[in-house]
Design a protein around this ligand. Structure first.
Ligand code: DNO
Length: 353
């Protein structure tokens, strides 16, 4: 595995490349053109400049999270072909810069969903949390303003204000899209981009639905071993793979993550590793990475990755807000750096068994 750290770019992130470079064992960043819009072809000059900036700090770009997918592709509108063409252009630009891993998601309307971005824990740290009962009372139209209130002034990843301003229209667009149609549209998209991925050796890593069940009545197709297996089979190309996100899949305690890892041997192109504490079905909060702080056995997860020969980029995922740090919720320096140290420790111990 290669230890990496998510970085949103200068001007968007409170964490600097210099700080990231000083976390032991971190070799690269997972980044993006944060101000790009879904559906546009990325400007090659901007990608070049981003790469030069990262490399000047002694790090590398280990992958992109995310190149977001335009809703017309997810819904399957005739206009999708034009957006797929742009996606292919972006992949070519990345390929030419030697960037070979792209994380994306195929969630309708909302990317990840939480009911609270700053839930206080007994030790005074704050974390992102989810409570289905609260979500059930939220009108999806106001979801962005609910999230915004606790976002510390940052634009949240996957919650682009331009899209959220069209929320009613988006719900309308998806009204006839069920799980089957969504998977068909994903398959169409993947088949169209695979020749470019083959040419440039780019691994596509779909992010699981977060949480791993339908919210606001919208379809969800990447949420357990069976549904992920279906999408892997639909486009049987080694470049069609997944982001193994333990926090997203782990939101449903019925998901046996080590078993999922084994079932996806060779098709996990990126790993997001973090821990959650479950309170009741549909109710959880994010925890420190340490196993004993949450409900997940982090050793078992890392062991499954190790034993299946995982060699892609890995990153600690959301951290708690600690030591008075002010950052994008979930994306501060301190707790994620602790996460890197812990995951590196587990990996070293696994390698010395
Ligand atoms: C949240 C992230 C997601 C993820 C996208 C991938 O913190 O895990 O926003 O980046 O779903 O496209």
């Amino acid at each position: 595995m290669k230890m990496t750290f998510r970085w949103f770019g200068t001007g968007f992130d409170s964490v600097t490349l210099k700080q990231i470079r000083q976390i032991p064992g971190v070799k690269g960043v997972i980044t993006t053109l944060y101000d790009s819009k879904p559906g546009e072809a990325w400007d090659p000059a901007k990608v070049k400049a981003l790469k030069a900036e990262v490399e000047a700090s002694g790090l590398e770009i280990s992958g992109i999270e995310s190149v977001n997918i335009h809703d017309d592709i997810k819904v399957g509108l005739p206009s999708r072909d034009k957006y797929i063409e742009n996606y292919i252009k972006t992949l070519e630009t990345l390929g030419k810069e030697d960037i070979r891993m792209v994380c994306y998601n195929f969630m309708p309307v909302f990317d990840w969903t939480r009911s609270d971005l700053a839930k206080m824990r007994p030790d005074g740290s704050t974390v992102l949390s989810y409570d289905q009962e609260i979500i059930d009372q939220i009108n999806p139209d106001t979801m962005l303003s609910e999230m915004d209130k606790k976002a510390n002034g940052f634009v949240l990843p996957g919650w682009e204000p331009e899209r959220m301003a069209r929320i009613k229209e988006l719900f309308e667009m998806y009204k006839d899209v069920d799980d089957k149609k969504l998977l068909d549209n994903l398959t169409y998209f993947l088949k169209a981009i695979m020749p470019t991925c083959d040419k440039y050796d780019i691994n596509m890593a779909i992010h699981p639905d977060d949480p791993a069940w339908p919210v606001f009545g919208l379809p969800r197709i990447i949420r357990n071993e069976e549904s992920i297996g279906r999408m892997i089979k639909a486009v049987d190309n080694p470049h069609n793979g997944v982001t193994l996100c333990t926090g997203s899949l782990g939101s449903n305690p019925n998901n046996d993550i080590p078993a999922i890892i084994k079932s996806l041997k060779g098709r996990i192109h990126f790993a997001h590793v973090r821990n959650l504490k479950h309170h009741a079905p549909g109710k959880f909060e994010e925890a420190a990475h340490l196993s004993s702080d949450g409900s997940m056995d982090m050793y078992a997860l890392m062991k499954a990755l190790y034993d299946t020969g995982f060699d892609g980029p890995i990153r600690p995922d959301h951290g708690r807000a600690i030591w008075d740090e002010v950052s994008m919720p979930g994306y501060g320096l301190y707790d994620r750096a602790l996460g890197c140290a812990y995951l590196n420790g587990l990996w070293e111990a696994l390698s010395k068994r």
